[in-house]
Design a binder for this molecule. Structure first.
Ligand SMILES: [Fe+2]
Length: 509
């Protein structure tokens, strides 16, 4: 496994020991020279095994977890785990340098700490070696952190990693492109060392992650795919965690046959809906709605995935590939829904699409004239992570930058009834009256990129959600030149059968 990275690690330790001895024996130059030639090498050959990677967590569920670590030589790996009521669980593995020990018989929704050993010697211990098992399906709470496009080993990646570590999440999700460089350790296991030992890492695969094959590694050599199927060649899968169900897609190269994966997604979402899962979340690499660099990129998944989200009522889709943060309004059938509810959506009639590709790579900006810009609530070209706090009644989402400062926040709730839209047509700022402030706010949206609380209300003519200059002009003519008033506001218009307020608006009622 990546011998280059191991050699680098070993050399740096030798240098450190060397300098330590120089300081300690400064006055004994003769002795030092002798030691540097012979005794030092003898000391290194004493054979103390070193920890080369990990420990990191995989396959964490209600009752079990895998703890994985690599050592510089083959030894008998041992793990000692302390759970609720100080109950101790110990597992010893076979002689190996690649240790993959599974702890079974754990209690759901319980906190555990662990240490790993080589014989009686401790190889790793500390507060960061801990985990919480999953609550039973449909119950409890969950905190997950999400990043994408991180695999550079950059300072920004380390800083975002530090923010995530401080949040003590249960799960660490990744929207793909874990590795741009040659070494998996420099891109993943060193920057996230403490994070990976205390939270289960469940990544999706981006276009750059096929580089693992060049290292003679398969995805399954390094990561445990939840609910894996031996018949499946791609890395796509799904799992439940407490109140949420996650569906994870593989990267799809253009013109490749992904019919098997599409069939899996459809069956998986249908089954989850049938089980009454509260929250459906998909994460994968390609952005679906984006105003960034890939806004004009044509790929069938960008059309097919929203169709599935619409059909099964998916709550959230997280993607990467575009190196920035973007959050859409709820969207269904390519129409913005319930945007006026922002930032707390009660039973929104659409899926929220997030692009989280700012994990550490070079950042990408916004593309002028992007087709889907009107769907995007927030676009920030910053390094960041996304934090999901999920309970049965609420999905709270935050984006935090590399200083831990809040970039964006919204909530989706399923506690009450869907509220009716209280807008007055032309009342862009939702203050209950139509005045010059509404025209100014709409002009700010059109020409200065400012946001609107309710694009539907800003359309004073009732002609459509894609606002143009004629809307504020219409308002100004009404206010100051005796022009006609805006048409009736919702709910006085008659929506098409089965449509909601946004659709009603679209057909120009
Ligand atoms: Fe990518």
């Amino acid at each position: 496994m990546e011998p280059g990275a191991w050699v680098v690690s070993a050399v740096s330790r030798r240098e450190f020991r060397f300098r330590e001895k120089v300081v300690s024996y400064r006055l004994l130059i003769f002795v030092f020279l002798v030691m540097s030639c012979f005794p030092l090498r003898a000391g290194e050959d004493e054979g103390e095994p070193e920890l080369l990677r990990g420990p990191y967590l995989q396959g964490l569920n209600e009752t079990s977890v895998e703890v994985i670590w690599l050592t510089s030589e083959a030894i008998e790996g041992r793990i000692r785990c302390v759970g609720p009521d100080e109950r101790i669980l110990e597992v010893t593995g076979p002689l190996s340098s690649n240790h993959r020990l599974r702890l079974d018989g754990l209690s759901p929704a319980s906190r555990y700490s662990y240490s790993i050993y080589s014989g009686e010697d401790i190889l790793a211990q500390g507060d960061h070696l801990r985990f919480r098992t999953a609550p039973p399906a449909g119950e409890g709470t969950l905190r997950a952190v999400v990043v994408g496009d991180s695999g550079t080993g950059s300072v920004a990646q380390a800083r975002v990693g530090g923010v995530m570590e401080g949040l003590e999440p249960d799960l660490f999700l990744h929207t793909g492109d874990l590795i741009y460089s040659r070494s998996l350790d420099s891109a993943v296991f060193l920057p996230y060392r403490n994070l990976l030992s205390g939270t289960c890492f469940i990544p999706s695969r981006g276009n750059h992650d096929f580089n693992l094959a060049r290292m003679d590694l398969e995805w399954r050599d390094v990561f445990t795919v939840p609910n894996d199927d031996n018949e499946r060649t791609g890395v796509y899968y799904s799992y439940d965690w407490g109140p949420a169900h996650f569906t994870v897609l593989d990267y799809i190269f253009i013109h490749s046959d992904f019919s098997a994966q599409l069939e899996f997604i459809e069956q998986d979402l249908a089954a989850a809906r049938q089980r009454g899962v509260r929250w459906l979340i998909i994460y994968q690499h390609l952005p679906i709605y984006t105003a960034g660099s890939y806004a004009n990129y044509s790929h069938p998944i960008r059309q097919l995935l929203p169709e599935l989200c619409d059909r099964y009522g998916v709550d959230l889709v997280l993607s990467g590939h575009d190196h920035n943060y973007q959050r859409s309004y709820p969207v269904r059938e390519r129409v913005l829904r319930d945007g006026w509810q922002d930032p707390v959506f009660e039973r929104p009639r659409g899926t929220v699409y997030i692009v989280t590709g700012g994990g550490g790579g070079v950042l990408y900006g916004e593309l002028d004239g992007a087709r889907d810009r009107s769907f995007i609530h927030t676009f920030q070209s910053v390094h960041h992570c996304v934090v999901l706090d999920i309970s049965a009644g609420e999905l709270r989402t935050r984006a935090l930058d590399s200083d831990g400062e809040l970039v964006d926040e919204f909530r989706i709730r399923k506690q009450g009834l869907h509220p009716s839209l209280p807008f007055l047509r032309g009342d862009a700022n939702l203050d209950g009256t139509v005045d010059i402030g509404d025209a100014i706010m709409t002009l700010g949206f059109l020409f200065l990129g400012e946001s609107l609380p309710c694009p539907a209300a800003a359309d004073s003519t009732g002609e459509g959600i894609h606002l143009v200059i004629t809307r504020p002009i219409y308002t100004l003519r009404f206010l100051f030149m005796g022009g006609p008033p805006p048409p009736d506001p919702f709910p006085f218009c008659e929506p098409a059968a089965g449509a909601d307020d946004a659709f009603c608006y679209e057909v120009g009622c």
